[in-house]
Design a protein. Structure first.
Length: 532
């Protein structure tokens, strides 16, 4: 081989070797632990690859600085053990203090023991043992830890901190303490910069005024806004709300529920079912829409009500309820429909407004407005219709009919006992013997009519102040007079059972069981009635 070729070949090998050495040198300065200074350094001839450092020790690795009283640096394993006043700093973002620390430079992994405290600009974490992966920028503990920030104190069995996201993930026995509330959860992600908590698994948020339970959702502790799903439940004093999805603003004391929502008022023994509910806690007000159902229970009966929407307002025992559009209601003794309804609990008053109709036993009752008052046991007590009264009962050959200007009536055992009708009264009545045989048809007018009912049937009729009428033989009653002016039979619209009102709702309780357990006295602890 010519000399110039051999020399050129050797030169290339030399350049490659230098380049390779240079690359290794760059790698060494980047990845290996560097001792910056120490008051004392000792090397034992039996352990030539290790150095024992003491005094004010400072070690550096990839931009992180380790301070301690004593350290052992292993050059072969690229590791360090630090003891006494240990402090690991990563830029100006994070500081970790402990009594003892193991550091693996190859993996950029630290294990800290003995009163470990990890700090950044937003929080500090205290635990007995902490693992810190600098490559993944994650720190975690498995033996319990406590975190403090400007808002909350958080505790859990297991925890992992994602430094880049400023996010903690806690699992098992998670507890958050705040001046205004506490949180217990199974798993919770907490963002230190925003104060937002995202949780999964059984979780409760509570203070003296409210209690919240859910198994999935998030909570913004700075703005005090929550969103919950999966078995979500919120309780304030005597009222609770649960549904597939709940939203709650603690500052405004405002809550909403979506889909399969149930609201319970333990004082008034009222349940509300709907697919959308809004609640203003301070105003004691609730607005209900999307397939709503209201159920109110007393000792003797249960009232079921439907409408397009409901509004309730008022404090304990002073609640007012408004129902709008396509209202219908049912209890075992009388049912009804109207365009709107109004109930006031303290005076035990119910008003049916705009095209109202009530059915009691065999009677259909209509008027411009129907007002029903209840007694102290919430049983129907009296009936009032201020204008355009019309009562109809179906007979096998026609219809018994009574009309007039206004009506006053009384109930007995939730059924109409007697009524008085005043002003321009008219009547068509099929007279029958006790065996049912028809004896005639009475058509009459007077200023006032009194009717006594027996088991829902018209028992006796009294006409006062110049009655003017006639009793026709059954076959002589003119066909043109079979119906009074304004007659309108609404039998097809009658509510025949509670199922006609309940519809597709699945009740979460048994009204009959609750009725049976209601004491006769009002001095009861009604909160115990909500047992789900």
């Amino acid at each position: 081989m010519p000399n110039f070729i051999r020399n050129s070949f050797l030169l290339i090998l030399l350049l490659l070797s230098v380049a390779s050495f240079a690359q290794n040198q760059v790698k060494d300065t980047t990845d290996f632990i560097h001792i910056l200074y120490a008051d004392h350094a000792i090397t034992d001839r039996h352990y030539p690859d290790k150095q024992l450092l003491s005094g004010e020790v400072k070690i550096e690795h990839n931009g992180a600085f380790l301070y301690c009283d004593k350290a052992i640096v292993d050059k072969i394993k690229n590791s360090a053990i630090a003891v006494g006043n240990v402090r690991l700093e990563q830029g100006d973002t994070i500081t970790m203090r402990s009594g003892y620390l193991k550091y693996d430079g190859t993996k950029s992994f630290a294990q800290a023991f003995d009163h470990v405290v990890l700090k950044d600009s937003k929080m500090d974490l205290a635990t007995d043992t902490l693992y810190y992966d600098r490559v993944k920028q994650e720190a975690y503990f498995t033996s319990g830890g406590v975190i403090h920030d400007s808002i909350n104190t958080l505790e859990s069995r297991y925890g992992r901190y994602y430094l880049n996201e400023k996010r903690f993930r806690f699992t098992q026995n998670v507890h958050i303490t705040n001046p205004d509330y506490q949180i217990d959860s199974y798993q919770l992600d907490y963002f230190t910069q925003t104060g937002v908590s995202i949780f999964s698994g059984p979780t409760k948020i509570y203070n003296k005024k409210s209690y919240i339970y859910a198994e999935k959702g998030h909570y913004d502790s700075k703005n005090e806004v929550s969103w919950f799903v999966k078995n979500a439940f919120i309780k304030h004093k005597h009222t609770s709300i649960k549904g597939d999805s709940l939203y709650y603003d603690r500052r405004l004391d405002y809550a909403t529920g979506n889909d399969n929502v149930v609201v319970f008022d333990s004082i008034n023994r009222t349940w509300i079912y709907a697919d959308y509910v809004q609640r203003w806690v301070k105003q004691d007000s609730i607005k209900v829409s999307q397939n709503p159902l209201v159920i109110s229970i007393n000792k003797k009966d249960t009232l079921y009500m439907r409408a397009t929407r409901f509004i309730t307002s008022g404090k304990e025992k002073h609640q007012k309820v408004w129902g709008f559009d396509n209202v219908k209601f049912y209890n075992k003794d009388f049912t009804g429909r109207a365009d709107s309804i109004y109930r006031q609990e303290d005076i035990r008053l119910m008003k049916l407004l705009n095209n109202p109709v009530v059915w009691s036993n065999k009677s259909q009752i209509t008027g411009d407005k129907i007002i029903i008052k209840s007694d102290s046991l919430n049983q129907a007590d009296s009936l009032r219709i201020p204008k355009n009264v019309f009562i109809i009962q179906k007979d096998s050959l026609g219809y018994n009919q009574i009309k007039g200007n206004r009506l006053l009536g009384k109930f007995k055992d939730n059924a109409i006992d007697h009524i008085n009708i005043y002003g321009n009264t008219e009547i068509i009545y099929y007279l029958r013997e006790e065996d049912g045989q028809l004896t005639g048809i009475e058509k009459n007018k007077s200023s006032r009519i009194y009717i006594q009912f027996n088991d829902g049937e018209i028992g006796s009729i009294g006409l006062y102040e110049k009655p003017d009428g006639i009793i026709y033989p059954a076959n002589d009653f003119p066909a043109s007079q079979h119906k009074l002016k304004g007659f309108k039979w609404l039998g097809k619209l009658r509510i025949k059972s509670k199922e006609d009102v309940i519809g597709n709702h699945i009740l979460t309780f048994e009204p009959e069981r609750i009725q049976k357990n209601i004491p006769d006295t009002d001095a009861i602890k009604r909160e115990k009635l909500f047992d789900e």
